[in-house]
Design a protein around this ligand. Structure first.
Ligand code: ARG
Ligand code: ZN
Length: 453
């Protein structure tokens, strides 16, 4: 109510034992505009800042550019005024979402919400509230004891535990690690849905699929289904479009840091806001947030074994390479691009969905403090951000009907990346060399070279 005076409706929900206020988006629309001239850009910037419209793409009014897509959510009471103003300035627009609340309601619908979901029965084609994801993690561990363990990573601002799942075949070999995290941004629900799908697929297939079982001889998979637990819960219970975590600032007058602006990768330098009420508030310093620190400390500790860092977001359909804070490409840019192109091609093979591949600052927007940049900077060679479906038709409120196709196609992209790193570090399915046998083969080849010479 206090954010966009008079334009937002909170609905009091009486849930036994607690009262929660739920933000409503009745009649809000998301408009798609491609400004053509500089004058149009200026007018749009003016509209967005004076009416406090909610920019979905790009993030900041100053990043609005001629010839580039603009997605804005317009609160219901302002829809007519905004459209009239666009007409007056001869700016053409398309309605992407005609009623945001319709999609919000759809995204929360669960066929069997009240029913206990046992593991074999877990519905992967719906979005799940945090409580069900916690239960799912426990059940997945309990029913796959030979392969899965659940681990505590740290606490959130509101003191909730963050867990990751380790998928690991018992072995005394030293194994390399692939890390994947989901749910950095609260409202990007397709992301946690994908992490769960990914785990399910691996567990379903590893016995029958020789590639997966071979792969698990050399690699451990670490999957963090929801990093921003507080934000995710807030997006279910209070505001479906919440993005950040829930840290209080300025004596509780504003909430939330953008966790993907909070990492120690050129923190606070570009594409961020220092205003705590902004969607892209970068926090009070690098790793100021416990959720960021939990991930960063863990990855820092394991970094010599982690060769691939994948972080899953939505929306836009991109596979993004480092960096976001500079346009200078990383040293292994060519290889990163080659692998990402291959992944995007595999993804497209399933349903024809097209992804754009490239460095964040070049193809999307510049931003500092992302986890992807940070992971690459500390030495993890294969570091990618996925921006899953769609391209704006439903934006952050992707209908549940798209969970399955999105996860299926994304699975192909992720396994393409995994196959590549597997081949690179463990070529041709050869037996893993332990340090002992590596030493032996090295000395053998020295002897041989010496003998030939
Ligand atoms: N997950 C992305 C982020 O958090 C969203 C962005 C790209 N798409 C967009 N519509 N702005 O930065
Ligand atoms: Zn995101």
């Amino acid at each position: 109510m206090w954010r966009f005076s008079g334009t937002i409706f909170w609905l009091a929900m009486l849930i036994p034992g607690k009262l929660s206020l739920k933000l409503q988006y009745n009649g809000d629309q998301v408009l798609h505009i491609v400004p053509e001239t500089f004058q149009q850009v200026q007018h749009l910037q003016h509209l967005c800042s004076t009416l406090l419209l909610d920019l979905w793409k790009p993030w900041l009014p100053e990043d609005i550019q001629a010839g580039e897509d603009l997605h804005i959510r317009v609160p219901a009471p302002l829809v007519q005024e905004v459209k009239d103003s666009l007409d007056q300035h001869m700016i053409s627009y398309k309605v992407l979402i005609s009623d945001v609340q319709d999609l919000v309601v759809q995204s929360m619908a669960g066929e069997r919400r009240s029913q206990r979901q046992v593991p074999g029965d877990y519905v992967y084609t719906e979005y799940h509230p945090m409580e069900e994801i916690y239960q799912w993690m426990t059940q997945i561990q309990n029913s796959n004891r030979e392969l899965v363990t659940q681990h505590y990573l740290g606490m959130t601002v509101e003191n909730r535990p963050i867990y990751y799942l380790q998928i690991s075949q018992p072995s005394d070999k030293t194994k390399k690690i692939i890390w994947m995290d989901c749910g950095i941004h609260a409202r990007e629900w397709i992301s946690p849905a994908f992490c769960q799908w990914f785990v399910k697929e691996i567990l379903q297939n590893y016995k029958s699929d020789p590639k997966t079982s071979r792969f698990l001889q050399n690699w451990d998979l670490y999957v963090l289904p929801v990093l921003n637990v507080d934000g995710y819960i807030y997006s279910w219970e209070n505001d479906r479009l919440w993005r950040k975590n829930r840290s209080p600032h300025m004596n509780g007058t504003c909430y939330g840091t953008d966790l993907n602006r909070n990492f120690n990768s050129s923190w606070g330098t570009i594409g961020v806001s220092y205003n705590c009420s902004s969607q892209t508030f970068c926090g009070s310093g690098p790793e100021s947030e416990p959720e960021t620190r939990a991930v960063a400390q863990f990855i820092e500790r394991k970094k010599s074994d982690i060769l691939c860092y994948l972080t899953i977001h939505s929306y836009g359909q991109y596979i993004l390479t480092p960096y976001g804070y500079t346009t200078t490409p990383p040293s292994n840019n060519e290889e990163l691009m080659y692998v990402a192109e291959k992944a995007a091609a595999a993804l497209m093979g399933k349903y024809g969905t097209s992804y754009e591949v490239g460095s964040t600052s070049l193809i999307l927007y510049s931003n500092s403090g992302s986890s992807r940049d940070w992971a690459h900077m500390i030495g993890i060679p294969f570091s990618y951000t996925f921006e899953l479906r769609d391209k704006g038709t439903h934006g952050f409120v992707l209908p549940p009907a798209q969970i399955q196709p999105t996860c299926e196609e994304t699975m192909l992209a992720v396994t393409t990346i995994i196959d590549y790193v597997d081949q690179k570090y463990f070529p041709d399915g050869a037996v893993t060399l332990t340090s002992g046998s590596l030493g032996l083969s090295l000395s053998l080849s020295i002897v041989l070279t010496w003998a030939v010479a």
